[in-house]
Design a protein. Structure first.
Length: 405
C-alpha cells in the first residue's frame, strides 16, 4: 500500500515523479503492443481489407476541471486548497469494421478497442498519479462528408493512487483503495487529414471510485475537453450505405445470476471490518430489437454487515441480513458483450421502509458460452452512493424465440 510518505514533498520532485511515471507508462505500452510488432502491423495492413478490420492508434490529451463533489476536493485537504484542475495523457488501440457483422451495422460502424492513460490531479502528495486501463467503445451520432461525431464510453480500472490512511493521509476521503473503477463518457468529433490521419476533439466526464470495497469512497469526478490524434496505418474503412439487418428471431428468456463480493459500511473513516454480500437474481427479459433487451425480475441478497454487534463484528445470520428488491433491467447488446443498467426498489431491507428506497446498477456482461455469462456491476443508491460491487456468474435457464414485429 502506498501512503503519503512515499511521495516527494516539493514541486520539483513531484515533477520528476510525474515524468518518470510517463516513462513507466510508455514502457507498459511498449510491452502491451509488443505482440503486434512492426512486421505484424505491415502484414495486418495487407490483409485488413480481407478481414474487414481497420486498426488505428490514438494519442490523447485532456485538461479540465475537478467537480467539487466532496470536502476533500473542495479544500478540506492537507494543502488547504480546492483541487481545481485535472489533466490526462492517453494512448488507445482501436479497430473499426465496415459493417461485416450485424451488431456493427446496428450501431452504424462503431470503433472499439482498449486504452491506457495517466492522470494528474495536481495534488501528488495526497492523491498520486492514477494510471487507468480500460476498454473503449465509440458509437457514431452523425456523419457528414468529412466530420464525424461519436459518443465514447470507457470502462476499466485505475491504480497508482495514494489512498486514505488515518495516520499519513487522513484528509483523503475520496479514494480509500489503490484500485478503483475508471468510467469515462463523452463526445468526440473527428476530421480527416489524408487517408491515415484524423484530428479529434471533444469533452468527457470521468469518474473514479471503488464501489464500496474500501472506505472512505466519495470518489473523484472531472469534466474536461480532450484532443486526439489518430493514425490509421491501414487506412480508413469505407462506410457503406447501411441497410437494416435482416429481421432477427428475437428471444424471450429467463436468466439466473449469482453474485458475491465484499464491502465496508462506514463512509467517512477507515473501516477495519469487511463484510460479505451474496446474491441471487432472476429476470425475465424480452429482446426488443437486435440491439436492446429489457425486463423485470427480483434481487435477493444476504449482507453480513446489516446485523453487527457494537464492536462491528457480524452477528449470526437472521432475517435482518436479507434484502429483497424488485427491479427493471436494460441491456445494450454488442455481440457477446452487453452494457447493463438497472433500477429497483427494496421491498425488504432492515434499514429502509418497504418500497421507500430505490437502488441502481450499471455494469458489463460477457457471454462465455451460449448460455453462460459473467460480469461485474456497481450497485448504488440515490444515483451516486455506492453500496457494493457485484461480481457475477449467470446462466440463461430458458429461452424461446419470437418473430420481430
Amino acid at each position: 500500500m502506498r501512503t503519503i510518505e512515499d511521495c516527494p514533498k516539493d514541486s520539483s520532485q513531484a515533477g520528476l515523479l510525474f515524468y518518470s511515471l510517463l516513462q513507466r507508462m510508455a514502457l507498459v505500452v511498449v510491452i502491451l503492443f509488443m505482440p503486434v510488432g512492426i512486421s505484424e502491423l505491415k502484414a495486418q495492413a495487407d490483409i485488413t481489407k480481407i478481414k474487414g478490420t481497420y486498426p488505428g492508434i490514438v494519442l490523447g490529451y485532456g485538461y479540465g476541471n475537478i467537480l467539487h463533489t466532496n470536502g476533500f476536493v473542495k479544500g478540506d485537504n492537507q494543502a488547504g486548497k480546492p483541487m481545481k484542475s485535472f489533466q490526462s495523457f492517453s494512448l488507445k488501440m482501436l479497430w473499426q469494421n465496415p459493417g461485416y457483422q450485424a451488431w456493427q451495422r446496428i450501431y452504424y460502424i462503431p470503433y472499439y478497442g482498449f486504452g491506457v492513460s495517466l492522470g494528474d490531479l495536481f495534488n501528488p502528495d495526497e492523491i498520486g498519479y492514477p494510471i487507468s486501463f480500460y476498454g473503449v467503445l465509440g458509437i457514431p451520432i452523425k456523419r457528414w462528408d468529412k466530420l464525424e461525431i461519436y459518443t465514447e464510453l470507457q470502462l476499466g480500472l485505475a491504480s497508482n493512487w495514494i489512498q486514505y490512511d488515518p495516520d499519513t493521509n487522513p484528509k483523503n476521503i475520496a479514494i480509500g483503495s489503490d484500485l478503483t473503477s475508471h468510467l469515462n463518457f463523452g463526445f468526440r468529433a473527428f476530421y480527416p487529414f489524408g487517408e491515415k490521419l484524423d484530428l479529434g476533439a471533444g469533452i468527457s466526464f470521468t469518474h473514479f471510485s471503488n464501489g464500496g470495497l474500501e472506505r472512505p469512497n466519495y470518489g473523484i469526478n472531472s469534466l474536461a475537453p480532450y484532443f486526439d490524434l489518430k493514425y490509421r496505418w491501414a487506412g480508413r474503412p469505407e462506410i457503406p450505405e447501411l441497410k437494416a439487418p435482416d429481421p432477427l428471431e428475437l428471444k424471450k428468456e429467463i436468466v439466473l445470476t449469482g453474485s458475491y463480493s465484499r464491502y465496508q459500511t462506514i463512509a467517512d473513516t477507515l473501516d477495519l471490518h469487511y463484510y460479505t454480500v451474496a446474491g441471487l437474481s432472476s429476470y425475465f427479459l424480452w429482446q426488443h430489437t437486435e440491439a436492446i433487451k429489457s425486463g423485470f425480475g427480483l434481487d435477493l441478497n444476504i449482507l453480513t454487515g446489516l446485523n453487527i454487534d457494537p464492536m462491528g463484528y457480524p452477528n449470526p445470520l437472521c432475517l435482518d441480513n436479507l434484502t429483497l428488491g424488485f427491479g427493471y433491467q436494460l441491456e445494450f447488446l454488442f455481440n457477446r458483450l452487453s452494457i447493463v443498467g438497472g433500477l429497483g426498489n427494496y421491498a425488504l431491507h432492515v434499514v429502509y421502509k418497504p418500497f421507500h428506497q430505490f437502488y441502481q446498477r450499471i455494469g458489463i456482461k460477457l457471454y462465455l458460452l451460449k448460455n453462460l455469462y459473467t460480469g461485474v456491476n456497481v450497485r448504488t443508491i440515490n444515483f451516486g452512493t455506492a453500496e457494493y460491487l457485484e461480481f457475477n456468474l449467470g446462466y440463461r435457464i430458458w429461452s424461446a424465440k419470437r418473430k420481430n414485429s
